[in-house]
Design a binder for this molecule. Sequence first.
Ligand SMILES: [Fe+2]
Length: 254
Amino acid sequence: MGAGASVHQAVKKGKSVYTDIHCHVIWGVDDGAETEEETRQMLRAAAEDGISTLIATPHVTPGVYRFPEDVFQEHYAAAEDYIRQEGLGITMHQGAEILYTDITPRLLQEGKVRTLAGSRYALIEFSPTDSWDHISGALQKVFRAGFIPVIAHMERYPAVKGLDQVRELKRKYQALVQINARTLTRKIPLLRRRFFDGLFTGELVDFIATDTHAMPGRETCMREGMTAIGKKYGEETARRLAARPEIILDNGGR
Ligand SMILES: [Fe+2]
């Protein structure tokens, strides 16, 4: 039984067990955790927040910044040791949050940029000022390179503002949509509210993730976000979103 199946069963039994596909929990590699103690604190908080599986997704910018791979591997191993020692019950996987650059599709194909947990799913980030043409073109190239793009915190990109646009990205490039849990715990600006409601009621959202960076400040809030979704869009929607990361874990899971 894979990790995905166990999450699914727990969710079906009504237990709040979550998979976080986007977080910056490994210290010293990006603007996430800064110290080993901060990583430990974030892992304890994740366990308390009901997270049983997480994918560590440090920022990478292919061809622009060199990613400190050695440091990442060393700190990742230390974090895994800590999870075991403390019995936190978290299964951790490696991933990356990829700020799209022209070289990204090629490096993905060459295995030089990490996907989510070794799967075909790649977490792709854009700048909030990127145009629709840039975003759409980038997702097309990632898809054509043989990967399924997961749009990181899609709510941050004003260029993607219509439900038809989201449907188009899904239809043409199989793009999947990730929204940050924290966004759901805050008041959605009036102008974006209808778009948001349409995303959830139209089942256009695929993943809720924490994108947790640091404590305090941008700490984990998965349960709070999922509770807000349950209240606003129904428990079935919250359950569907909690189980959805299975498609990634079943496809990679390492
Ligand atoms: Fe992030």
